[in-house]
Write a protein that binds this ligand. Structure first.
Ligand code: GCV
Length: 721
């Protein structure tokens, strides 16, 4: 019997290293292959850290964890010796100070990684002007090794292009998440401050590893309780956990808080009592959290209160809060996502119309936080016309990491491709080269401030983001906000190497698969500039026929404008005139016949038989795009199927299953949209393209009572057998 247990025990030991479930994200630090270990071991023999501070200790611990794991032997702290990694700032490390490194240009957060010699020993130095910069540099050094880059003759200087790099969590205090597809909210407020879930620290490490330096913790459709004393005590404890990782906490504030919390009669920003209330409230927050970041405010949007309730402008609303934050160095992110069912103007024009006249009226510590497009995080949108049109205002770019309109959990869509398309987009505001990247980093107009915001995709799912590949969107967002020039390919390559394997066979197949995934979703959901064709409320699946929502500007038919003549929203000067919100050369392009195919139906209503660049009719072209999207997903499945030898079973199988769902749903999108649009075009399917297998009624009847993340609390319809 004893022998039996001994054998069983040995067998257990022989089981391969613990299963991979994605929990460790890109910070896995699994032992490298033997020859890679041999290459890097002499370059990382010990860590020398002279100072101590929470951030410096975090850097030291990360290096210990990472190097010991990757090199498969303990790498602890020690004295300067051959192969040591010396970390610190000139202020806390005499060794670093003695090297007189060129740190001045790196600002507060930048870092330098340099191979040099100290006391006659070859060492690697990771230096910065601040402890948090040392932590960023340490993650960068680990990344080099994780991705098998040369690490022996290093001279890397890096500083962030964007100063405020934030995630916005749309997490409700009851732990549901608006548009969240990765389980409950990570923030377990009920148990805070007495129990601080260790996951907060893992999340902070992951954020810091890509340079994210702020999070707003609650839904922008805000619950006033977040500002209460009860929750501020909890938030203070969270801030303590995140601080060593350079992450400041922000809160989504409800504009009517002076009434609900302060018991005032009004939240009118011009009322001195209201201004005094914000000041008192904000002073109180800073007494608890001295480095509190500030507020995100969604005002007069989708039912939220705001300054317009008092006939005040968005700027007056933002400024009353900004004035109270300013003495503490706090920031207001004032969202530009406003549109009203009472305004018959094209929804795409409303934010610009409201904000453009206010250019120059916002305080310096206000960012107008603007979504990448004028509608709402569609698979593709032309860039929001406010970029380039608000020269005297700090503009923050808001993108969505959670895949509300992109198939939610199960569709593999690599978002850095979309983010890059936005950043590289030329607004032409000051002539050629006026890219969105230059607008938001402040360089186009000489602004000192800069910010980029991603709507978080994090939840309590074991793999954090619901799908393995959605981790790449979190990773990629941070990497891009730090380095706007990084390419989507480079980021994919890094992430794959750190998350799965650096094997070139794997990486060279999967990078193109990830890159292609973005155009695929555009093709099978909303090709040629179509937009907002989603089923109501939860936005899961197609609903191009939906026309019965009480708010007209939320109906898919409002956006597709399908009729017997053709398809698309006429936003030229003869239509809504939205094209005129762009700089003149872009306005002409979008209103004329040279408009790129990809933006066509966003800006123009086009006849079904219109001859496209390809020589095909619009109708045929549409179908070719839907089918191309499906073909790309099929190819993605084949590519992934061949990768089984390179990936652990759990992560491979989940991704394979999700890709199968994606193909099924791509087909559903195509069939449903064709079935609907054909009722207008009355045109036959082009040769070689199969008709939808069911009639329109079939697709219209598809109904899901409970889709995660939906904003509305509507009771579902009665079930059918
Ligand atoms: C938080 C879209 C989403 C809403 C979201 C809103 C916003 O309308 O569907 O869930 O609300 O954008 O960005 O405020």
């Amino acid at each position: 019997m004893t022998r039996f247990f001994a054998v069983a025990f040995l067998l257990l030991l022989a089981v391969p290293a613990r299963a991979e479930d994605g929990y460790d994200l890109w910070l896995r630090y699994r032992p490298m292959e033997a020859n890679a270990q041999a290459q890097y071991r002499p370059l990382a023999t010990a860590i020398v850290s002279e100072g101590t501070s929470p951030s410096l200790n975090a850097a030291r611990d990360e290096l210990t964890r990472g190097l010991s794991g990757l090199l498969d032997r303990p790498v602890g702290t020690g004295a300067v010796a051959e192969g040591a990694v010396v970390i610190g700032t000139p202020a806390n490390s005499p060794l670093i100070a003695g090297l007189k490194l060129p740190l001045a240009k790196l600002g507060k957060e930048g870092y330098l990684i340099r191979s040099t010699s100290l006391n006659g020993h070859a060492v690697t130095v990771i230096a910065s002007n601040s402890d948090i910069g040392v932590l960023y540099g340490s993650f960068a050094f680990l990344r080099l090794i994780q991705t098998c880059q040369p690490a022996d003759r290093l001279d890397i200087a890096s500083a962030p292009r964007i100063k405020l790099r934030l995630l916005n969590h749309w997490d409700n205090l009851d732990r549901t998440i608006e548009r969240g597809y990765a389980g409950q909210s990570i923030f377990d407020w009920q148990k805070m401050p007495d129990y601080m879930d260790p996951r907060y620290t893992v999340m902070a490490r992951a954020n810091a590893s890509v340079g994210i330096n702020g999070i707003s913790v609650n839904n922008v459709s805000a619950d006033v309780w977040m500002l209460s004393s009860l929750y501020m005590d909890k938030l203070a404890a969270l801030a303590d956990v995140l601080r060593p990782y350079g992450i400041r906490v922000y809160v989504a504030a409800r504009f009517s808080a002076p009434i609900e919390l302060g018991k005032l009669k009004t939240a009118d920003p011009a009322d001195p009592q209201v201004a005094a209330w914000w000041k008192k409230e904000i002073d109180g927050i800073y007494r608890r959290i001295p480095d509190f970041g500030g507020f995100v405010v969604k005002a007069n949007s989708e039912g939220q209160p705001g300054p317009r309730d008092y006939n005040r402008t968005q700027a007056e609303g933002a400024n009353v809060i900004a004035d109270a934050l300013a003495p503490h160095g706090g920031i207001v992110f004032w969202r530009a996502f406003v549109y009203s069912e009472k305004d018959p103007t094209d929804r795409a024009k409303q934010a610009y119309n409201e904000f453009k006249p206010l250019d120059g009226k916002f305080r310096d510590n206000v960012f107008v936080q603007t979504k990448n497009g004028a509608i709402d995080f569609q698979p593709r949108e032309p860039v929001h016309p406010m970029f380039g049109a608000m020269p005297k205002t700090n503009l923050a770019l808001e993108v969505q990491l959670t895949k509300e309109y992109l198939g939610q959990t199960t569709h593999l869509v690599y978002l850095p491709v979309l983010f890059k398309e936005v950043l590289d987009w030329d607004t032409m505001a000051k002539g050629k080269g006026s890219t969105v990247a230059k607008v938001i980093d402040g360089s186009l107009e000489g602004h000192d401030q800069s910010a980029m915001v991603g709507v978080s995709n994090i939840g309590v799912d074991r793999n954090w983001t619901g799908a393995q590949f959605s981790q790449a969107d979190w990773y990629g967002f941070g990497r891009l906000a730090w380095d706007l020039d990084a390419s989507a390919e480079q980021i994919a390559r890094e992430w794959l190497g750190m998350t799965f394997t650096n094997d070139p066979v794997f990486v060279n197949q999967i990078v193109p698969m990830m890159i292609a995934s973005r155009e695929a979703v555009v093709d099978y959901m909303t090709p040629l500039g179509l937009h907002h064709q989603f089923a109501s409320s939860h936005h899961y699946g197609p609903g191009p026929w939906v026309s019965d929502l009480p708010r007209p500007e939320q109906n898919p038919v409002y956006f597709n404008r399908a009729d017997a003549k053709g398809l698309g929203f006429d936003r030229t000067p003869s239509g809504s005139g939205a094209t005129s919100q762009y700089a003149p050369p872009i306005a002409r392009l979008f209103a004329g016949s040279d408009i790129p195919d990809r933006d066509l139906l966003w800006f123009q209503h086009i006849a079904w038989d219109h001859k496209m660049r390809s020589g095909r009719s619009l109708w045929d072209e549409l179908i070719v795009h839907y089918d191309t999207g499906i073909a790309t997903v099929r190819q993605m499945r084949r590519t992934w199927a061949a990768m089984k030898p390179y990936v652990d079973d759990e992560r491979w199988s989940q991704t394979a299953a999700f890709l199968a769902i994606q193909e099924k749903e791509a087909q559903w999108w195509r069939d449903a949209c064709i079935a609907y649009f054909q009722t207008f075009s009355r045109m036959p399917m082009p040769a070689g393209h199969a008709p939808p297998p069911h009639d329109l009624a079939y697709y219209r009847a598809i109904y899901f009572p409970y889709v995660p993340g939906a904003a509305s609390r509507n009771k579902p319809k009665d079930p059918v057998e």
